[in-house]
Ligand binder design. Structure first.
Ligand code: FES
Length: 113
């Protein structure tokens, strides 16, 4: 039989393993489920966030700027994303959120949209 503390620890671990916390524009934090495309999470939780081509890597509306320290925590950039960012002349720590799924490595990441 599990103690209350053991049950609490198991549930806390399960929650942490399935969601991460993202910090938005330095004023808000949201919970994001691991494995879900990031633009879909942001569209559901942030008023005004747009993903006009629904993940086509064409519109660049879903672009977010990530904190410099957080950039290395993001999944690798694919060719379609690199081409789109080059077309709209965005560099630095900008990424198309439609081109990545939320990973556990992204817990605590800071981003602006
Ligand atoms: S939704 Fe259009 S580029 Fe991401």
């Amino acid at each position: 039989m599990l103690s209350t503390l053991q049950k609490s620890s198991i549930f806390s671990f399960a929650r942490l393993a399935s969601t991460v916390t993202l910090h938005i524009d330095g004023v808000k934090s949201i919970e994001a489920p691991v494995g879900v495309r990031l633009d879909k999470v942001l569209k559901e939780q942030l008023p005004g966030f747009k993903n006009s081509c629904n993940g086509g890597a064409v519109c660049a509306k879903c672009v977010c700027e990530f904190g410099a320290d957080d950039f290395a925590k993001l999944p690798a950039m694919g060719e379609d994303e690199a081409d789109c960012l080059e077309d709209v002349e965005l560099e630095g720590t900008n990424r198309l959120t439609c081109q990545m799924k939320v990973t556990s490595d992204m817990d605590g990441v800071h981003l602006k949209y």
